[in-house]
Design a protein around this ligand. Structure first.
Ligand SMILES: [Zn+2]
Ligand SMILES: [Zn+2]
Length: 394
């Protein structure tokens, strides 16, 4: 596969960088060592201006190409954080931080973007500006959103922004590109039902919040099956039902919790509103009260089609057209790159990773380890993306 030669030559260096980051995992907004490593490397590559402090531990490296005419700029984003889980691997670069692990491959993502930065800083064979965005706290803490709030796109304006994630379900050497939704929005809700407690033998003296909750749980099943376009994907799961303490006591109240996952913003808003209305009217029908608390999580990660096509064309140059998977089904998992794609056009691709180290080589599994064999593929994709989107005129 046509990996860029100068990047192929970085295989050993990148492997060493990746394993060093793997051995020192840090959780969201605590990536101090990782950010130090990233900033020092970017500065050492030459020609890159390094900015620190967006979203606390974020790092942005800015590099201008040798061409001077275009005035254009793009952003490439990698995530740096690890997960709060113990590592089950016992190789010599396994986590040295108990209870923390790079089980999602962000060590590899950071390394691939560093590899591309090193190559591009040396060659600068493009016309315009590239911002290398190293974000903290992808795993549930919203570091991407925080970087935007802290001025990412006002300080480092980009016309387009690109991201990638390693994908163990996809063979190493392949790249998948979605022309629209890639990952779902994931929102939490909590429903607080207030009834009136009574003796189980005298239910007519009270208002039973358990019965109200049961009706809510049942009615919620229609939010998707009757309320959502069958061609659209969404899921509502009630995962906590909490009420009562005794066999013979009807409790005063009940609490339900769960998540909803959607791809389109219209469906997301509609389900939220319909669910809220349903909850209060069901409760009212029984003479009870219910409050629907919605806690928005990550938005859906939705590629813009023109940028997805550009990404796929670049992927084809690196892995060949037979190895580019166009428009596979999206996943209901969530990803905070969705915030960046709400601000700018762009594309988030899946980089084939394979289950190279065995059946436990799955994202968020304690046996996961990033596949170093794909470091040069990812770095070459980044480099080629820059040279293709910001071409130098002859
Ligand atoms: Zn993850
Ligand atoms: Zn991840």
């Amino acid at each position: 596969m046509p990996i860029i030669d100068k990047i192929a030559a970085l295989q050993d260096d990148m492997t060493a960088w990746r394993r060093d980051i793997h051995a020192h995992p840090e959780l969201g907004f605590e990536e101090n060592r990782t950010a130090d490593v990233v900033a020092a490397k970017l500065a050492g590559f030459g020609n890159i201006t390094v900015h620190r402090g967006l979203a606390k531990t974020g790092v942005v490296g800015t590099l201008k190409g040798l061409g001077t005419g275009s005035g254009r700029a793009i952003g490439l984003r990698a995530d740096m954080d690890a997960l709060p889980m113990p590592e089950a691997n016992d190789f010599d670069y396994a986590s040295r931080h108990p209870g923390k692990m790079h089980a999602c491959g962000h060590d590899g993502h950071t390394t691939m973007l560093l590899g591309a930065a090193r190559y591009l800083a040396e060659t600068r064979n493009f016309d315009g500006t590239v911002h290398f965005i190293f974000q903290p706290a992808e795993e549930g803490r919203g570091g991407g959103q925080k970087m935007i709030e802290d001025g990412l796109f006002t300080q480092f304006d980009c016309e387009e922004v690109y991201g990638l994630h390693n994908w163990p379900e996809l063979e190493a050497g392949k790249i998948a590109v979605h022309p629209g939704p890639v990952m779902a929005a994931a929102d939490q809700f909590e429903i607080i039902v207030t009834g009136h407690g009574a003796h189980a033998a005298m239910p007519h003296r009270g208002i039973d919040p358990v019965l109200v909750s049961a009706h809510i749980v049942t009615a919620a099943q229609s939010l998707i099956s009757r309320g959502t376009d069958p061609a659209d994907s969404a899921v509502v799961s009630i995962t906590v039902v909490d009420a009562g303490t005794a066999y013979n006591v009807i409790p005063d109240g009940a609490v339900l919790r769960g998540t909803m996952r959607t791809f389109s913003e219209a469906t997301r808003n509609r389900i939220e509103q319909q669910f809220s209305r349903m909850v209060s009217s069901i409760a009212e029908g029984f003479g009870a009260k219910a409050v629907f608390n919605f806690r928005p999580g990550y938005p859906a990660t939705i590629n813009t089609e023109p940028e997805a096509r550009k990404a796929a064309a670049v992927a084809t140059q690196i892995v060949g057209s037979d190895n580019v998977v166009w428009a596979p089904p999206p996943t209901m998992a969530a990803e905070d790159f969705g915030y960046m794609l709400q601000q700018r056009p762009g594309a988030y691709i899946w980089l084939g990773h394979g289950a190279h180290s065995g059946p436990g080589c799955r994202l968020h599994n304690p046996h996961y380890d990033f596949n170093d064999a794909i470091l040069t593929t990812g770095a070459s994709y980044w480099a080629k993306l820059v040279e293709t989107l910001l071409p130098r005129s002859a």
